[in-house]
Ligand binder design. Structure first.
Ligand SMILES: [Zn+2]
Length: 84
C-alpha cells in the first residue's frame, strides 16, 4: 500500500494546501506555534492560557457562590410559600 501522509483530521495532505507553521499571538501576550494554511501570524484575543475556563477559578467559585445563594433564596421562598 502506498504511504499517504495524513493530517490530524485524517485528510490526505497531498490534496490540501500546504500546512505551514504559524505563530498564534494572543492579546494576553501568550504565543504558540500551530500549523495552518493561514499565511502569517494569527492574532487572537483569547487563548487557552488566558481563557476564563482555564484561569478563572476565582470566577468559577464566584459563579458557584451565586448558584448557592440562589438555591438558598429559592429554598427559603419554597418554605414561605403557602401549602396548597
Ligand atoms: Zn491569551
Amino acid at each position: 500500500m502506498p504511504k499517504v501522509k495524513k493530517d490530524e483530521k485524517g485528510k490526505e495532505t497531498s490534496i490540501h494546501p500546504k500546512y505551514d507553521a504559524v505563530r498564534v499571538m494572543c492579546a494576553c501576550g501568550n504565543n504558540f506555534e500551530t500549523r495552518s494554511t493561514h499565511k502569517g501570524d494569527i492574532h487572537v484575543e483569547i487563548c487557552s492560557n488566558c481563557h476564563p475556563f482555564f484561569t478563572g477559578k476565582q470566577r468559577l467559585v464566584d459563579t458557584a457562590g451565586r448558584v448557592e445563594r440562589f438555591r438558598r433564596k429559592y429554598a427559603k421562598a419554597g418554605e414561605a410559600a403557602p401549602a396548597k
